[in-house]
Design a protein around this ligand. Structure first.
Ligand SMILES: C[S@@+](CC[C@H](N)C(=O)[O-])C[C@H]1O[C@@H](n2cnc3c(N)ncnc32)[C@H](O)[C@@H]1O
Length: 243
């Protein structure tokens, strides 16, 4: 895939900065962008089966459907399904990504955006995505790694000084309980370790490993040990089910 434009990155970043005020706009934009990425690697999704695992309120599922896919949302958290008061997509299934209620190889595309950092055992989670993908099918996984400037989520960038301190600081400053607690619903996953684990698997081929949002050097940045932990921001893995 060609490196995307600077304009695209700036637009996404601006939308992200206003995520709290305009969630609909932010997630619709992100969903269109992610669907473009899927199509850039896997071809058009029209008439394909796409499973969106940990899809939250369903913006991505809706976008895949708009493009003609048979897309299905699997989300374990009822609160996320109805987030921002929106109606979840028809047929949304309350299910955990570790144990999907799907047969082997039913999906042309298994899609998971920003979920991996919220699961304790990413390799088992990934295995389940691989299991439900047909041989030759595509697996799209992206996540914010721990040492990313956004690794601490709502308490970033103070996570660099320690998760507990950052969390307490957030709660004191906002007067609200933090959504995430390290080791409970947010986990410190790293780019290098994840790449080594994925490359060691014999059930997938790595088609691309790149920064999801960077406009340039998106692939190169993930190749430099150390630097990649800070500079990648969000690791996008495009995998092909093998054999
Ligand atoms: C940051 S949200 C991402 C939502 C959406 N995919 C996106 O990119 O905007 C993380 C989502 O992962 C879900 N999640 C956490 N643990 C999960 C698991 N074991 N299986 C599937 N989804 C999970 C959460 O419920 C939440 O909806």
């Amino acid at each position: 895939m060609k490196d995307p434009s600077l304009r695209r990155s700036v637009t996404l970043f601006r939308a992200f900065l206003r995520e709290q005020q305009e969630p609909e706009r932010c997630y619709s934009l992100l969903a269109r962008d992610a669907a473009d990425q899927v199509e850039a690697y896997g071809g058009r999704v029209a008439d394909r089966v796409v499973v969106d695992v940990g899809g939250g309120g369903g913006y991505f599922t809706q976008e895949f459907r708009r493009r003609g896919a048979q897309a299905f949302l699997f989300e374990p958290d009822l609160a996320e399904l109805g987030a921002a008061g929106q109606k979840p997509p028809d047929g949304a299934v309350v299910a955990d990504g570790y144990l999907l209620p799907l047969g082997d190889g039913v999906a042309d595309v298994a899609f998971s955006s920003n979920v991996l950092e919220h699961v304790c055992d990413p390799q088992t989670f990934l295995s389940e995505l691989v299991r439900v993908t047909r041989p030759g099918g595509l697996i799209y996984v992206s996540f914010t790694n721990w040492l990313s400037p956004w690794g601490g989520h709502e308490w970033a960038p103070w996570h660099y000084l320690g998760a507990d301190r950052a969390r307490l600081r957030y709660e004191k400053r906002t007067g609200r309980p933090a959504k995430h607690t390290l080791g409970e619903n947010l986990f410190a996953h790293h780019v290098g370790h994840t790449l080594r684990q994925v490359r060691a698997r014999d059930d997938v081929r790595v088609v691309a490993a790149r920064s999801r949002y960077w406009p340039f050097l998106a692939g190169a940045v993930t190749k430099v040990p150390g630097v990649r932990e800070f500079a990648t921001w969000n690791l996008l893995l495009i995998l092909r089910r093998y054999p």
